[in-house]
Design a protein around this ligand. Sequence first.
Ligand code: NIG
Ligand code: FE
Length: 411
Amino acid sequence: MNVLLTNIKELLQIRDASICILKGSEMKHLPTIKNAWLHIKNDTIADFGSMKEPPDGTFDKTIDCSGKIVLPSWCDSHTHIVYAGNREQEFVDRINGLSYQEIAEKGGGILNSAEKLQQTSEEDLFRQSAQRLEEVMKLGTGAIEIKSGYGLTTEAELKMLRVAKKLGQSYPVSVRTSFLGAHAVPKEFMNNKEGYVDLICNEMLPAVASENLADYVDVFCEDGYFSVEDTDKILTAASKYGLSPKIHVNQFNSIGGVAVGVKHNAITVDHLEIVSDDDIKELQQSNTLAVALPACSFFLSIPYTPGRALIDAGIPLALATDFNPGSSPTGNMNFVVAAACIKMNLTPEEAINAATLNAAHAMGLSQSHGSITKGKKANLIITKEIPSYGFLPYSFGSNCIDQVICNGEIL
Ligand code: NIG
Ligand code: FE
């Protein structure tokens, strides 16, 4: 199938294949071509250029993009979209004064989701999760990372990861998976966290690896969840199976999660709502990306990741939704990009770079995703007629998307 997009008002994020991550001030620049065309062959970007030099050849379909902007699809490098049911009662409890942590201490939170998930069949879990995936694909997400972590038993963690893998096989979107057995200490291990960490290392990790269900390992490194020592132990065990870390750190407290992530050469450290000067120094001396999750800050009314300071310190930043039932029940990357501009002081160029190229890198997909580059996947957002790309974050809450193309398929 040969598809030609013509008269594109502005084609964003044109990159040479050698550029796969943008650090600090490199994020300020967003290369574009005005009045452009783009040729899709099967699932791939075959070529693109200026309408002043139109392409030769015959095409099966031509899409006129007059007045519209075209950009690479969003890459969402941090989600928990495989979950059962919802937690809207906890949302109301928070409005009535309880904190996220108080709800968790009363057995709500992650343990509430785990109980629901354990009682849900694999087929039903797939059906519920597929609905969320279809929704975010229409919102322009073309690659997504999905975590386990609401199973908390070997069987239920494997069930989650199988569902995540099956989603990737059933839809054109690219899926990467992370094993997050260390998301919370289950009730049965309430007074024996060490026993649960041993179960993760000695039973869950080998099982996940033998079925080849995960690309990464994740840990919720936070007071009341898993300590730096627990995290170190789990990351050490995971490295034997070739799983590199992508970890939850500094959501509520800076306890050394960044340093332990950097020590294990984590591909990303995510959340970072609370960041110390030492955390910034650790990141500056590493290859680790910082991932900010502003929809979580919005929903929980907690501080926003200091994205401006991280970029100004020369650190590569990516943006993701954290789509999950407790702290961010949305998978809308358009909102995340807007929130990064409005609440974290990123420019539209920085936010778009953080949600495309850096976000692809944050899940090991920068060779195939995240930019308009010959040979990369034809994962594209065609906007409605809008005045400029700055209008995308400016008009937050409006849907500016006209059409989405996912791995060459027009959705
Ligand atoms: O990334 N912080 C840890 N995990 C999720 C939320 C989990 C939940 O509340 O269900 C997060 O925010
Ligand atoms: Fe998360």
